[in-house]
Design a protein around this ligand. Structure first.
Ligand code: NAD
Length: 472
């Protein structure tokens, strides 16, 4: 068993009781971490508060802060194997994905937001009255960052990097299923020279535990949360008591529209990635596939063959594309959707251990659970459509609105449909490609607010107007 602590005020500590993280492939506990509650949340917020109110971090120049974040990015890359193995053992992610995608993207997040803050300009408003107004972006204060388990390190860095780059201090609470990489990140931040108390890591559960203690603390100035829509509602209610601004990146049920004029090879390839990457445990998963009837049979034949060719197995094997689901609880949930599925399963089903094989379902009624609810596993429903209007209507017929994909060779249709879709991101003839300057977030039950580039700046700072009289 390996041991990992909270990191509070520059010290790694493990007071009181603890819990274990279970490796979903071996189904054995592999890491022990302390179980934080109100007392540890208080310590962490106190440390972050002190580092913000009287420490050097918010008072440093952007270049100096940015250099430390770049040094942290260097250390993240130098520890790629350790970080990749941590996420893989915590949640069953293929280690090749963690090594090749999640860890480099973590370093990229740190570098991007360091540079973005350093290079940011602010608006000036010359006034006819002989005054001059301009905007300043002041750090907001103490940020509580609450993360999910599906891309642990990568999504944590998506919050931590802009928060730190804009001069805030942070208490990061990783998901209880994936605690380890956060502790390693905080150790590396100290090694990089980021002062104690600037990045704190607090372990524990959500309700009646570390999570709710953090979100209810009036000394927290921002809460950035990624997780389930239901949890987003609970956190928003807690934050409302202190009027703490909240950013929510929540669940999804992504629609993926394949028109008959699409390049089918490209559409099959991206549609496979869209639903089976990370065993479908992706908020952006293309879990509702709509295919124009004229190409349905051909598309399905190729899609099912490609799904069956995916390598399912031990996440440590570099050839593995799909590992087990992240935990026994989550496996039980996904298994329930598969075993009680309306419609016909063309391929897939439950495998050995906590594995669900790539599963393709047809003829699921529009109001069935598997078609409407976020399964968060390698399970896709495929439904035919006959017109553009029908496809758009079906895609929008969901409480979620995180993202959608459109495959077509008709340029005007691509723009028309992208405009009509009620989703925070629309990918046309691609999937998962991100520009970190672009807004990221969801419509409706998929979120509140946007992050990325200037959108992160708006959330993690207090914009201030300075108005000057110009004596004539
Ligand atoms: P979850 O909501 O169960 O937990 C997320 C985090 O919130 C964990 O750290 C948990 O401990 C904490 N938490 C739970 N209850 C809390 C409470 N009452 N107060 C404070 N903290 C609390 O989500 P999950 O199962 O870890 O993640 C999967 C979900 O996340 C899916 O719905 C997925 O779509 C969503 N997600 C969204 C995005 C996005 O960018 N929109 C990205 C990844 C995952």
């Amino acid at each position: 068993m390996e041991h990992f602590g909270h990191v509070i005020d520059g010290e790694e500590i493990a007071p009181g009781s603890s819990f274990t993280s279970v490796d979903p492939w071996t189904r054995e506990p592999w890491a022990q971490v302390p179980l934080g509650g109100a007392a540890e949340a208080d310590l962490a917020v106190t440390a972050a508060r002190r580092a913000f109110d009287s420490g050097p971090w918010p008072r440093m120049g952007f270049a100096e802060r940015g250099a430390l974040l770049h040094r942290l990015a260097d250390l993240v890359l130098a520890h790629t194997d350790e970080l990749a193995m941590a996420d893989s053992r915590d949640m069953g992610k293929p280690v090749a994905d963690a090594r090749g995608k999640d860890v480099p993207r973590t370093a990229q997040n740190l570098r991007f937001f360091a540079d973005h803050a350093r290079l940011a300009t602010s608006e000036a408003y010359p006034m006819d009255s002989g005054h001059h107004a301009y905007a300043r972006y002041e750090p907001a204060g103490v940020v509580a960052a609450i993360a999910p388990w599906n891309f642990p390190l990568m999504l944590e860095s998506w919050k931590v990097a802009p928060a730190l780059a804009w001069g805030n201090t942070v208490v990061l609470k990783p998901a209880e299923d994936t605690p380890v990489s956060a502790t390693i990140l905080a150790r590396l931040a100290l090694e990089a020279g980021i002062p104690p108390g600037v990045l704190n890591v607090l372990h524990g559960y959500g309700p009646d535990s570390a999570g709710s203690a953090l979100t209810g603390d009036p000394r927290v100035d921002r809460i950035t949360f990624t997780g389930e829509s239901g949890t987003g509602r609970v956190i928003t209610a807690a934050a409302a008591r202190n009027l703490t601004p909240v950013s929510l990146e929540l669940g999804g049920k992504g629609a993926n529209l394949v028109f008959a004029d699409a390049d089918l090879d490209e559409a099959v390839d991206w549609s496979i990635k869209a639903i089976f990457t990370n065993a479908g445990q992706v908020c952006l998963a293309g879990s509702r596939l709509y295919v124009e009837r004229g190409v349905l049979d051909e598309f399905l034949a190729r899609f099912v063959a490609a799904a069956e060719a995916l390598v399912v197995g031990d996440p440590r094997d570099p050839a593995t594309q799909i590992g087990p689901l992240a935990s026994e609880t989550h496996f039980g949930k996904v298994r329930g959707y598969v075993e009680n599925s309306a419609g016909t399963i063309l391929t897939g089903g439950v495998g050995d251990g906590w594995v669900v094989r790539p599963t393709v379902v047809v003829d699921a009624p529009a109001d069935s659970a598997i078609q409407c609810e976020e399964v968060f596993g390698p399970v896709v429903t495929v439904t035919p459509f006959d017109s553009e209007a029908e496809a758009v209507h079906a895609a929008n017929d969901s409480p979620y609105g995180l993202n959608a994909m459109v495959f077509t060779s008709d340029l005007s249709r691509a723009h028309r449909v992208a405009a009509a879709l009620r989703a925070g991101t629309v990918w046309t003839n691609c999937f998962f490609v991100r520009d970190l300057r672009a807004p990221f977030g969801g419509f409706a039950d998929s979120g509140w607010g946007r992050e990325g580039g200037n959108f992160s700046r708006e959330f993690f700072t207090e914009p201030k107007a300075v108005v000057m009289a110009i004596r004539q």
